[in-house]
Design a protein around this ligand. Structure first.
Ligand SMILES: Nc1ncnc2c1ncn2[C@@H]1O[C@H](COP(=O)(O)OP(=O)(O)OP(=O)(O)O)[C@@H](O)[C@H]1O
Ligand SMILES: [Mg+2]
Length: 505
């Protein structure tokens, strides 16, 4: 019989006809034949493995069964059916089959077989008692479920891997669907004090300080994740014990679109980190204030000493100089030795006056007070050139338009430090200083053609000269950038905003 060519309707009709024959009266050879035909049709039309077993032998096997077992029909008819089953599954399978035959079990059972080529396959089976050729037999329907089983196993492995990854993460990880928690890792206990089981199924509001804030952050998450994959923020949360904690949160949507409103959020408790950061910032600010205070005290002290030396020592020396010249004018002509001595004394007094002048200028250049920053810079550049032999060109594009006196001092001290560095480290032959000023800012640039500076030297926490320059500028809201100059050497650029002003102490 060619089943493929038969239509479904014809097939059903034929099965009914055979059923009627089987149902008619006691056993006869006609009935047996009808019975066998019926099983054959059922077997061939079945989409699953189908067999009939009698006296512990297969009597009939369909093609699906042969396919997954891998044996020919002849070989299967000769073998003991249980030998197909993996030895360790035989007892259980037999027990399940008996229960099903006694109608004590109705759901299919699973077991493993060994195919002809030695592979292990998972089979799902149901059995029922039938009469075959007038004698009791077993009809089995079976299905190769290896792929499904494997997929299930892989899925289980993947799920186990996922949950172990989740539990290895120190941050709390929470999966949300419409703001309801549908999964959470173990770290939620550490961060929020809740067991994950307590959180699953609950609203996420539970871990925020109040419903309003929960709403606010939820809206931010969902609206941002519409357009981007991830979103990061810091937000206050609530521990189970009522403590407020600050969390760094990273949210990402699950899947390509946010259509289903499924997101996953990680929470990291940064309360202590934030506090330490604030404390660090506060102590840095305190140090800055202290350094500003010390600089200002030093500056005032220098000015006081410079004035005192100038006024007292300077005046005495000038008086001495005048007295000496008075004496020199009145010495009798014969006293050659005394005349010589007076001359050398006058020279010494001149030199002392000169060095007093240098000392006072170094302590506090009077030019800065008298003529302002541009003139003081020009003078300092000239003086540096004379003393160091390094050519120093000054370009001044700033008229001392009422620059604050303390600001002028700060910029002048920064300039002096750059010149000291050039003399000490740069091995330069030339340097150029430019002072310019716009409405918005004051700019001082000092460039040399020396050996240059490395980024390591610039950022070295022991570079106190550079740190001092930065601190002075910072006080006025300004910056100091130190970098390599082109084609060679070092460039220091000081920028001070003029509209902001600064605090002086
Ligand atoms: N113009 C420059 N050319 C080459 N190297 C420089 C220059 N200016 C600074 N440096 C390098 O940067 C380092 C740090 O400079 P900084 O002024 O901070 O410290 P210092 O001059 O060594 O010591 P201090 O200024 O505290 O007396 C220097 O030691 C030097 O190596
Ligand atoms: Mg220095």
């Amino acid at each position: 019989m060619n089943l493929e060519r038969k239509t479904k309707k014809e097939l059903i009709e034929r099965i009914r006809q055979l059923e009627r024959q089987v149902a008619q009266g006691p056993s006869s050879s006609g009935q047996s034949a009808a019975e066998e035909s019926l099983y054959k049709i059922l077997a061939q039309s079945s989409q699953v493995g189908f067999y009939i077993m009698q006296n512990k032998k297969f009597r009939f096997i369909n093609s699906h069964f042969r396919d997954y077992a891998g044996y020919s029909e002849g070989a299967l008819l000769k073998m003991t059916p249980s030998s197909l089953i993996l030895p360790e599954d035989r007892r259980k399978t037999r027990k399940n089959a008996i229960m099903m035959l006694k109608e004590q079990r109705f759901s299919p059972y699973e077991f493993r077989i060994v195919t002809k080529d030695g592979r292990i396959k998972w089979i799902m089976e149901t059995v029922m008692s039938i009469a075959f050729r007038g004698r009791p037999a077993i009809l089995g329907n079976s299905m190769d479920v290896t792929e499904r089983k494997e997929a299930g196993r892989r899925l289980e492995e993947l799920e186990a891997l996922e949950s172990s990854i989740l539990d290895a993460i120190p941050q709390a990880v929470v999966g949300l669907h419409e703001r309801r928690i549908n999964f959470a890792n173990h770290a939620v206990k550490i961060i929020f004090g809740w067991h994950r089981e307590e959180l699953i199924g609950k609203s996420i509001t539970l871990i925020y300080r109040n419903a309003k804030e929960a709403d606010e952050i939820g809206r931010r998450f969902y609206s941002t994740l519409e357009n981007q994959r991830t979103f990061e923020t810091e937000f206050p949360c609530l521990h189970k014990d009522g403590r407020e904690i600050l969390c760094r949160m990273k949210a990402s949507r699950i899947g390509e679109k946010l259509r289903e409103k499924r997101i996953v959020v990680t929470y990291e408790d940064i309360t202590a980190e934030k506090k330490a950061q604030e404390e660090l910032e506060r102590s840095r600010q305190e140090l800055r204030n202290l350094s500003v205070h010390l600089q200002s005290v030093r500056e005032k002290e220098s000015t006081r000493i410079a004035r005192k030396i100038h006024d007292e020592l300077g005046q005495s020396l000038t008086a001495l100089q005048m007295d000496l010249s008075w004496i020199a004018g009145r010495l009798p002509s014969g006293l050659k030795g005394v005349r010589e001595k007076t001359k050398s004394m006058a020279k010494l007094v001149d030199e002392t006056i000169e060095s007093v002048h240098t000392i006072t200028t170094e302590l506090r250049p009077s030019l800065l007070d008298d003529l302002g920053l541009p003139a003081a810079i020009e003078w300092q550049a000239d003086d540096f050139q004379k003393r160091s032999g390094i050519r120093c060109q000054a370009v001044i594009r700033s008229a001392d338009g009422g620059i604050d006196k303390d600001l002028a001092t700060a910029v002048f001290r920064i300039f002096q430090e750059t010149l000291t560095n050039i003399a000490r480290h740069a091995k330069a032959t030339h340097c150029k200083v430019t002072l310019s000023e716009s409405d918005a800012e004051l700019c001082l640039e000092v460039a040399d053609n020396g050996i240059g500076i490395t980024s390591w030297q610039i950022d070295d926490p022991r570079s106190f000269g550079i740190i001092g320059m930065r601190e002075r500028a910072h006080l006025w809201g300004g910056t100091v950038a130190v970098r390599a100059n082109k084609p060679a050497g070092t460039l220091v650029r000081v920028l001070i905003p003029l509209n902001k002003g600064g605090q002086s102490s």
